[in-house]
Write a protein that binds this ligand. Sequence first.
Ligand SMILES: Nc1ncnc2c1ncn2[C@@H]1O[C@H](COP(=O)(O)OP(=O)(O)OP(=O)(O)O)[C@@H](O)[C@H]1O
Length: 464
Amino acid sequence: MGFSFDTTYKQLDSTLYSRVTPESIANPETLILNDGLCADLGVDTAKLDSEVLAGQDRLEEPIAQAYAGHQYGRFTVLGDGRAMILGEHVHDGTRYDVQLKGSGRTPYSGRGDGNATVSSMLREYLYSYAMRNLNIKTSRSLAVVETDDAVERRRTEPGALLVRVMNSHIRYGTFQYVASQASDELRRFTDYVIDRHYPQLNAEDRTYLEFFDAVMQSSIEMVVDWLRVGFIHGVMNTDNMSIDGETFDYGPCAFMNYYDEGTVFSSIDKHGRYAFGNQRPILRWNLERFAEALQPLCTQSPLTYDELEGKLDEFEDRFDAQYYTMMRRKLGIDSDGEKELVDEFLKWLRKSNADYTNTFLELETPGTFDDPAFATAEFERLRNELAAVGLDEGSMQEANPRYIPRNYLVEEALDEYLETGDLSKFERLLAVLENPYTSKDMGSQFQQPPPREFDAEYTTYCNT
Ligand SMILES: Nc1ncnc2c1ncn2[C@@H]1O[C@H](COP(=O)(O)OP(=O)(O)OP(=O)(O)O)[C@@H](O)[C@H]1O
């Protein structure tokens, strides 16, 4: 079977999207296809040739979605400027958006060319693949298709399309957009989103307050998962915050190596707004903007704005509870207590600036890494204290990855493809990241952090 589309978004108000046509593409070439995702979608890989993947053989008229968002704190009206939804694919009762990214201009492109470079789409493929295998809710990448067109960015590269699959692409920013339009659509749109994403808020107790609560909870879980593995999203604008707690838009993201809550890699994040340790306060800020977008619903019962603010006031406690539960799992502590020990360990991490990923592996199995940070009396003392209450191997193995996408290895793999057309390094990395918690030894080189100088200079880019 191929895709089986049934696009409910088109039943919404026409201001919410535009009907679009993918650009015609000469010689699309599939570089990589995600077999596991094809199986999950119930789609036969033989049906997905590069023409189909590039939207050239469409079953439905694609749409580009309208949305708004706070970008670096400033409100802007946006929309899919280089993306379009081919359709909503339904399989086994589950609905998925199938979206093309890098598919050409749309009514929302502004001055943009609508395109994406092959290295940035391969990069997004790899990070979303890693996140999924790290058991973090995320968009998934079905394929990368290279085109014949050259795309000019920092360097000129072949263009490419990414076929991206999500439960939906509805963002906090979609609500901001609907709320900013003088229309009655907000209530209908909110009901649509509840039906699609939170059907468990069933008819009797379905209130908009519970919807807000559920979105807040799924976002907290997502960001706590990021903190668990050292992920820095890099561009937590409200248009990149999924309503369903799915991580997406892997533009300037990267994983932290050496523990420092101020870590920023994105070239345009000059003030560290989206630094590793700022992801929690930024999530709260974003939720405030989301609550404001729901404000028009508060003029009628059952929701009042005070109730929404009451929920926001729970944010810190709820985030902390989730965060400490997660940290205890990383340290193999079963019980609910030991907050002080967790804090003491975090203090050590801040001071030592040790490699975040390897620290927990070293705690579990001392002597794994030849790193002076782990040969100190203080680390030894903390380990002994933890051993008295924690270090439960089972929980540690589930919480602590052995492999993350190390920034320098990702860059080497992408450079090799650009320079020689050889994808083997990239494919090897995907193989390592297929089972990031595996006990199988994939080779210690994949656990090696970069030289500190490389890490300090490392820069990621948006919209490439
Ligand atoms: N080359 C481009 N041409 C047209 N629009 C673009 C281009 N690059 C980015 N945009 C638009 O700029 C806005 C912000 O970009 P952002 O980096 O958040 O999105 P993106 O990486 O293109 O896509 P997404 O957030 O859906 O993963 C989006 O509305 C996006 O569609």
